[in-house]
Write a protein that binds this ligand. Structure first.
Ligand code: NAD
Length: 448
């Protein structure tokens, strides 16, 4: 295979684009990251990372320093220097549940209006099956407008990183998926991922549609797994079984595996909710209803409200929230991120606030996000300085996100700080006996 060096442009410098760009530069590629948000780009140029992502700052800094990574708002200038362009813009949910492709289309058309040499266009955004072909069509339409016949190939290269461990995930992936029918493009992608490819990372080459389906099917499967254990946990509460023991024993079965088998207040985040909805919509559009996915979406919504109702019931039933102060620890959809997109904390806070509760909130990274995401309930919300400040005079403490710093709270101090000793551990990070020994009334998930 001839070595064809990759000079890469990454368009969209959000969670995925910034991590992909920085890590691809770390692999030895020359990478230009583009975003149309000038403020973001100015910050990144100075090595300031606009998102909370552990380890990303160091990778960005060392690659800026080595001259392999740069940031710009100038798409044309970046494309001029590149033979590979990654599309890493958002694909947020549209009103009907489908993925909104307007950002992808805008970038594809921009690429078509600018390229003047062979370019591999890599779709890293999560997109519905068939989008790769549309990207090709949008680029061709723009080339035709300019009477250009510039050659290009479209590749689907879905991303599986998890926020919070994104740098590790990108540099140690379980697999790399490359969807393309072009041998030339596939060869160039091997150069892009050379350090992983040579390292025997499983490297799956397939067609565009399969690569796009792999991403949706993988995310949907994980969402199903979480939802399954949540329903088992709910049943454990009624039957006297303990879900911690149940999931630990289930997870030891190699056919099942222990990951994504932790019950909680429902999944959230920027991916599972939107990707399950998009897959369900694709199923409906093709007349192949994805029953399991449809049920998972509905069940997950119920799980968030179930958690809020459980709190209300424990505090005295309907009407009991009025005038109560409640401490909430953890607002991000999971630890180690500031991302609150579709976080169960939003649904739970809204339910409690609508019931008349006053909320004292604390999250180690998501306070800035919360300040605008919780505007609809702003009159019911106080932003605390830390976890102990949040508990002051509260009738209940609720752990929604399992940040490490919430795993070792001084339970005696909790008892002394709360006005009433109600302790809701929605992530099962405490032992019931321990909490009860400290004088707390403990409520976990999936325990009688
Ligand atoms: P994001 O919203 O954090 O970032 C998108 C970025 O694109 C923003 O900075 C925005 O300013 C920029 N942008 C939009 N239009 C642009 C344009 N025309 N030119 C230049 N920049 C433009 O989104 P994200 O979380 O990084 O997700 C990106 C894609 O990756 C989505 O399809 C998502 O589903 C997928 N994905 C996300 C994750 C994750 O954990 N966040 C994981 C895997 C895949």
């Amino acid at each position: 295979m001839p070595i064809i060096m990759a000079n890469i442009t990454v368009i969209g410098t959000g969670y995925v684009g910034s991590v992909s760009g920085a890590c691809l530069a770390d692999f030895g590629n020359h990478v230009i990251c583009v975003d149309n948000n000038a403020e973001k780009i100015e910050a990144l140029k100075k090595g300031i990372i606009p998102i909370y992502e552990p380890g990303l700052g160091a990778v960005v800094e060392r690659n800026i320093h080595s001259g392999r990574l740069s940031f710009t708002t100038d798409t044309a200038g970046a494309l001029e220097k590149s033979n590979v362009v990654f599309i890493a813009v958002g694909t947020p949910p549209a009103d009907d549940g489908s993925a909104d492709l307007s950002y992808v289309e805008a970038v594809a058309r921009q690429i078509g209006s600018l390229i003047d040499k062979y370019t591999v266009v890599v779709d890293k955004s999560t997109v519905p099956i068939g989008t790769g072909r549309k990207v090709g069509q949008w680029i061709r339409e723009e080339l035709e407008k300019r009477n250009q016949k510039t050659a290009f190939d479209v590749v689907s290269n879905p991303e599986f990183l998890r926020e919070g461990s994104a740098v590790y995930d990108f540099t140690h992936p379980d697999r790399i998926v490359i969807g393309s029918e072009s041998e030339k493009a596939r060869d160039i992608m091997k150069e892009v991922y050379r350090s992983l490819y040579l390292n025997e990372t499983p490297y799956i080459e397939t067609n565009l549609e399969s690569a796009e389906m792999i991403k949706y099917a993988s995310n949907a499967f994980l969402a199903v797994k979480i939802t399954f254990i949540n329903e088992i946990a709910n049943l454990c509460e009624k039957t006297g079984a303990n879900v911690t023991d149940v999931s630990r024993a289930m997870g030891r079965d190699g056919r099942i595996g222990s990951k994504f088998l932790h019950p909680g207040p429902g999944y959230g985040g920027s991916c599972f909710p939107k990707d399950t909805n998009a897959l369900a919509k694709i199923g409906r559009d093709y007349g192949e209803i994805q029953n399991i996915v449809e049920t998972t979406i509905a069940t997950n919504e119920k799980q968030k409200i179930r958690a809020a109702k459980k709190i209300e019931n424990a505090l005295g039933g309907p009407g009991s929230l009025k005038g109560k102060t409640i401490a909430i620890l953890g607002l991000a959809f999971k630890p180690n991120t500031d991302d609150m997109r579709e976080s169960p904390a939003i649904s739970i806070c809204e339910y409690l606030a609508q019931g008349g509760a006053k909320l004292r909130l604390y999250d180690p990274a998501a306070m800035k996000e919360a300040a605008w995401r919780l505007v609809p309930i702003k009159d019911s919300v106080f932003y605390a300085a830390d976890e102990y400040d949040a508990m002051k005079n509260a009738s209940a403490l609720i752990i929604i996100t399992e940040w490490n710093q919430f795993r070792n709270i001084d339970l005696a101090a909790v008892k002394n700080t709360l006005a009433e000793p109600n302790f809701f551990d929605l992530r099962n990070i405490y032992k019931q006996e321990e909490a009860e020994a400290a004088g707390l009334r403990y409520f976990g998930i999936g325990r009688a």
